[in-house]
Write a new protein. Structure first.
Length: 254
């Protein structure tokens, strides 16, 4: 009975503080009240406060700095999904510094789901690139991307030199490409995903599966990306489609 009461106490503290963080109630310095103040406010012991703080940190909502206090992490990144979604552009437009860390790059036989997405024969060679994406040094996504070897020979070597994907693709004649499809799934992370994203295994991630195509509609890339749900939110941007419709309507009047 006592353990259940303690569990309820720290969970209540966590939920209350999480709601206040979402509402932006901690001022410009983004610092939470000290431990003693929270104990008095919630009428709970030190153990409950520390358990709640640990869980808030696992969720990516706060950062505990030894000797300084507990600080609210920055607001969620608003990641816009559109037909021309680009990682770096999304972050730079919001004043965030994008960084990609390559974890593994290899040539493999395409798994069935990959060959189907890229419209390749079963087992066709693909470049498999595992990457961690960061915003201002904080991990926000962990991705597995696949590119057809036949279409892009030497793509892996170019990537190892740290060059931008769009620039590399342009050298193969793909000067522009669009997002054909994005599937969005919410699930619990694998152990590796949680570790890479610096979050708890009990905190859900958002998984996106996407296919990019060239301007002839031929698939050029397939990827599966795990996003830290407490640090990223998604919006669907159909601005280009609207502009195309308006342009067609204007041309029809002329």
């Amino acid at each position: 009975m006592q353990n259940k009461m303690l569990h309820g106490q720290w969970q209540h503290v966590e939920e209350e503080l999480a709601a206040e963080i979402a509402a932006g109630r901690f001022g410009d310095d983004m610092q939470l009240p000290r431990e003693a103040e929270l104990m008095e406010r919630f009428g709970v012991g030190r153990h409950s406060i520390r358990r709640a703080m640990a869980q808030l940190q696992n969720r990516g909502l706060v950062q505990v700095e030894q000797g300084k206090g507990t600080f609210v992490r920055g607001p969620r990144l608003d990641y816009r999904l559109s037909e021309r979604t680009r990682f770096s552009q999304n972050l730079l437009e919001q004043g965030r510094e994008p960084l990609g860390q390559a974890i593994k790059e290899e040539e493999i036989a395409a798994p069935r789901r990959v060959s189907e997405a890229l419209r390749l024969p079963p087992g066709e060679p693909v470049y498999h690139i595992v990457r961690l994406g960061l915003a201002d040094g904080e991990p926000i996504d962990f991705s597995n991307a696949y590119y057809p070897v036949r279409r892009f020979p030497g793509f892996d070597k170019a990537r190892r030199n740290g060059r931008n994907v769009s620039i590399i693709l342009a050298e193969y004649g793909v000067t522009d490409y669009i997002r054909l499809r994005t599937d969005i799934i919410v699930r619990l992370p694998t152990r590796e995903e949680a570790r890479r994203l610096a979050q708890s295994e009990t905190q859900p991630i958002v998984l996106t599966k996407k296919v990019d195509v060239d301007m002839k509609g031929t698939p050029i890339a397939y990827s599966e990306t795990a996003w830290a749900s407490e640090r990223v939110q998604f919006s669907i941007d159909n601005t280009n489609q609207l502009l195309n419709v308006l342009a067609q309507a204007a041309n029809a009047k002329d």
